[in-house]
Design a binder for this molecule. Sequence first.
Ligand code: RIB
Length: 317
Amino acid sequence: MTESPAAAAVLVAGSANLDFVVRAAHIPAPGETVLGRDFRTFPGGKGANQAVAAARAGGAPTRMLLALGDDAHARPLEDSLRAAGVSLDIRRQAALPTGVAFICLADGAENAITVAPGANAALAPDDLPALDGVGYLLLQLETPLDSVAAYAARAQAAGVRVVLNAAPAQALPEALLRLIDVLVVNEGELAMLVGDDGDLIAALARLPVPCAVVTLGAAGCMAREGEALHLQPAFPVEAVDTTGAGDTFCGALVAALARGDALPVALRDAAAASALACSALGAQSSVPARAQVQALLAGAGDAPGRAALAARCGLAA
Ligand code: RIB
C-alpha cells in the first residue's frame, strides 16, 4: 500500500473479537430457537475491524493498541491485523480469554451480535503507547469507558485528533464528548446521546463536537462540520453481510482524513468502502483494498439516492 512519507499515523485503540457466525433465515425473537445453516469464524471486533479498514484504505501507517488472551482465539486476530499491515501493541491478558462475538447473520444481510469482551475489558487507562508520529486516534466503546476517556484526553493534550465511533450505543459524559474532534454514530447511537425527536439536523447540532457524522445504512450518511452539512448517499450493492460495514466506514474515513483529504472526499471514500464491505461475508474478511474502492468510485459517478437522502435528513436536495 502506498504511503505518503508525510502522512501522520492512525492509531486505533480498541477491541478485537473472534466472531462466531451462524447464518439463518432470520434472527431469532426472544425465546425462539432458529435452525441455522453453516457456521464459520471470522476475525472481528470493532477496533480491529476499523484498524484493518484504515490500513487497507492506505496512505497512512496504521497501528493498534489491543488486549488479547493467551489462547487459540488470539492467533487469527493477530494474523488478520498483521496481514492487513497493522502494527500491533498487544496487552496480553494471561488470565482472561480473548474477546468473542456470537453473530446470527440473517438472509436479509442484517445481524444480531452478542459480545463477550474477555481481555478487551482489561485494556487500562495507562495502556496507551507514546503518540509520536500519530495524527489521528480512533476509538470505539467496546473497551472500558474510563480507558477511552483517558486515551482521548492524552491525545487531545498531545495535539492528536480524536475520532470516536460511539458504538455500541451508550450514554456518554459531556466531558468525554468535548475531547472528540470527529464523532461517528448510527441513528440509534445518536438517539442514545442526544435523544430522538425525528430531526437529524437538530440532533447533530446538539452534540458538543466540531464534527459529527450520522450513518443511515443503505441511505448513506450526513455530516455536520461546524455549521456546514454534507450529504453522502450510499453506493448500491448486493448486500450479503452488513457485519463490520460501519467499522469499515470509520477506518476508511480516518485514513482519508489522515491523508489530508477534506471531509466530503473522505465521506465518499468511506461510503464506497463500506458498501463493498457489505458484499462479502465476515467483518475483516470483507474490508476492501484501496484499489477496489477506487474502481467503484471511478465507475460510479455520484452515488444515486441524493434526493432521497436529503429528504430523509429534512433538507432540499
Ligand atoms: O461491528 C461489528 C463487530 O461488532 C463484530 O466484528 C463483532 O466482533 C462486534 O465487535
